[in-house]
Design a protein around this ligand. Structure first.
Ligand code: SAH
Length: 537
């Protein structure tokens, strides 16, 4: 009798989701090999098969045993949950066979029986989160180098794939999911819907709908699949839904469609399609022939590879492109007074189409459409403005030193501003600097606070500046000598820059690392129960 290997994916776990062919294949076999939990799950489908069950990490010996038994003439069912070809046994069975010189024609017969993989079973319980381009990434680094996993998460996050994370966490592997979250947060909003499905279609099924920011506050384990939405995924009635794009062509709440059937596939209805003419080409044919997005992409690829792209010429140089230039301005670190002249320059530079917005930290944030950001910088600097980048950068919030009366510490504020102002950091960081013990500009409430008092500086770290459970910083030192303050603060901020996770606020960083530049964290969170509320709650 010739043996056979039946590699079976039995789906998420319930009998209703086992395919007909998988059932037959189990019946056809006289021996079942699988991880013990899986054998238990399909026990009700077994008749008189011999059972060889093993532990979870023994896949290789399981595959070797299955091959050996098939070669002896047995019909061996090798079972995997979900689909056997998705982090299952199918590949390994082939690898073991190939090692032994197996050939399709002459060797034992192999049949791979497909099953419903976790990405599909879990998606069905969440609503319709996959719908569009999606990928699976296993966070298990037992067989795959972590840096490869990291770069796959990065690429998938950057390109807006819906992502199903398999093997997100186990007893020993707890850090990977947090690292994955940080990478995702580099590209996706903290509010991105995330679904956590544990034991789909099994006894202890659990479905949680959360978001990228909150996901780690819920239970995630070996039996969980984490589904991360893309930038269009939305929540409705606790369902996660990723639109397919129909709304681009259809009006979904009316039966009479503005585009008739024959119009829908016409070029004009799909201005985004690959073969369409690119309305703003960066390259131009010398004969002025129009180029499609696809032709542009092919040319760009050639250019990257150093190939000759004549007869095309570069159409637009970077200086010719209008961009929206964003920056923040203020009259100075200590100075809080605008002059009339400065206001006129601002109005001229920002113009009709720009935006000028007053911020919480004594700055005006400007968004200026311009072909020439350098010119904008020059004009504003000439008018005496202090300029700063916006985003996740360091901002100094100094007081006005009683209109300049208490001026002894101003040089230190200015030195901090010139050394550190605008420094890019894991998250925005406000450094409060007050010139006397009154600290009336609220330095102690900032991420880092400095108060000048009796000729020396007091230092406060880790204020929680936002949230209903906000609190001031912890006083970590009093009486720091003036000649030391700048370098101490600089070192603290450098540590935060080097060791903080992307998007991690300073107070969280201080709490996590417990010590920074010798200053030890103490929990000074108010002991009253205050529920944290997210933006919009
Ligand atoms: N071959 C399986 C995957 C095995 S890897 C498949 O195609 O589904 C193991 C991982 O799969 C688990 O860590 C979990 O992320 C996921 N998984 C498998 N079955 C699941 C279920 N019933 N519910 C939720 N996740 C599941």
């Amino acid at each position: 009798m010739k043996g056979k290997l039946l590699v079976i994916g039995f789906g998420p776990g319930s009998f209703a989701h086992v395919t007909e062919r998988a059932r037959e294949a189990i019946q056809e076999s006289n021996m079942v090999i699988g991880y013990k939990t899986y054998v238990d799950l399909i026990e009700g489908l077994l008749t008189d098969q011999e059972i060889i069950s093993t532990g979870m990490t023994e896949e290789v010996s399981r595959a070797q045993e299955a091959v050996k038994q098939a070669e002896r003439g047995n019909k061996v069912a090798v079972i995997s949950s979900g689909d056997a070809g998705v982090y299952g046994m199918a590949g390994l069975i082939y690898e073991v066979l190939i090692e032994k010189g197996w050939k399709k024609e002459t060797g034992v017969e192999v049949e791979i029986i497909p099953g419903i993989s976790a990405i599909n079973s879990c998606a069905s319980l969440l609503g319709a989160p996959v719908m569009h381009d999606a990928c699976t990434i296993s966070l298990s680094d037992h067989l795959t180098p972590w840096n490869l996993i990291e770069s796959r998460i990065d690429a998938a996050a950057k390109t807006d794939f819906v992502i199903a994370l398999y093997n997100p966490k186990s007893g020993r592997r707890t850090r990977q999911i947090a690292e994955a979250q940080q990478i995702l947060l580099k590209y996706r909003s903290p509010d991105t819907p995330v679904g956590l499905v544990k034991s789909a279609y099994r006894d202890r099924e659990q479905v949680v709908v959360t978001n990228l920011k909150e996901m780690l506050n819920h239970e995630i384990g070996m039996l969980t699949t984490v589904i991360i939405g893309n930038s269009s995924t939305f929540l409705y009635d606790d369902l996660m839904i990723t639109p397919r794009g129909y709304q681009r062509k259809y009006t979904l709440n009316q039966t009479e469609q503005p585009l008739k059937l024959h119009q829908r596939l016409q070029k004009e209805a799909e201005p985004w399609a690959l073969e369409q003419v690119n309305p703003a080409p960066v390259l131009q044919a010398t004969n002025n022939e129009e180029l499609s997005f696809r032709e542009m992409a092919e040319l760009a690829l050639k250019m990257v590879n150093g190939e000759n792209v004549e007869p095309f010429q570069q159409n637009v140089s970077p200086q010719d492109m209008e961009t929206i230039f964003e920056l923040a301005v203020s009259p100075g670190v200590a100075n809080k007074k605008f002059t009339a002249r400065q206001m006129i320059v601002l109005a001229e530079v920002v113009g009709e189409n720009g935006i000028m917005e007053y911020t919480q930290d004594h700055h005006l944030k400007l968004q200026i459409p311009t072909y020439n950001p350098n010119e904008v910088i020059e004009r504003l600097a000439e008018a005496g403005f202090s300029l700063a980048p916006v985003g996740d950068v360091l901002t100094i919030k100094a007081c006005d030193f009683c209109d300049g009366d208490k001026k002894d510490s101003i040089p230190y504020a200015e030195e901090l501003e010139s050394r550190l102002g605008g420094m890019e950091l894991p998250k925005e960081l406000k450094l409060g600097f007050n010139g006397c013990g009154m600290a009336c500009y609220g330095a102690v409430k900032e991420d880092i606070g400095i108060v000048y008092r009796k000729g020396a500086f007091d230092l406060f770290l880790g204020g929680k500046t936002v949230g209903r459970n906000g609190h001031p910083g912890q006083i970590v030192a009093e009486g720091i000598a003036p000649e030391q303050i700048v370098s101490i603060v600089e070192n603290i901020i450098q540590d935060y820059k080097d060791l903080g996770y992307p998007n991690e606020r300073f107070y969280k960083f201080f709490k996590r690392v417990k010590q920074v530049q010798g200053f030890v964290y103490q929990d000074i969170t108010p002991k009253l129960e205050v529920e944290a509320a997210a933006c919009g709650d």
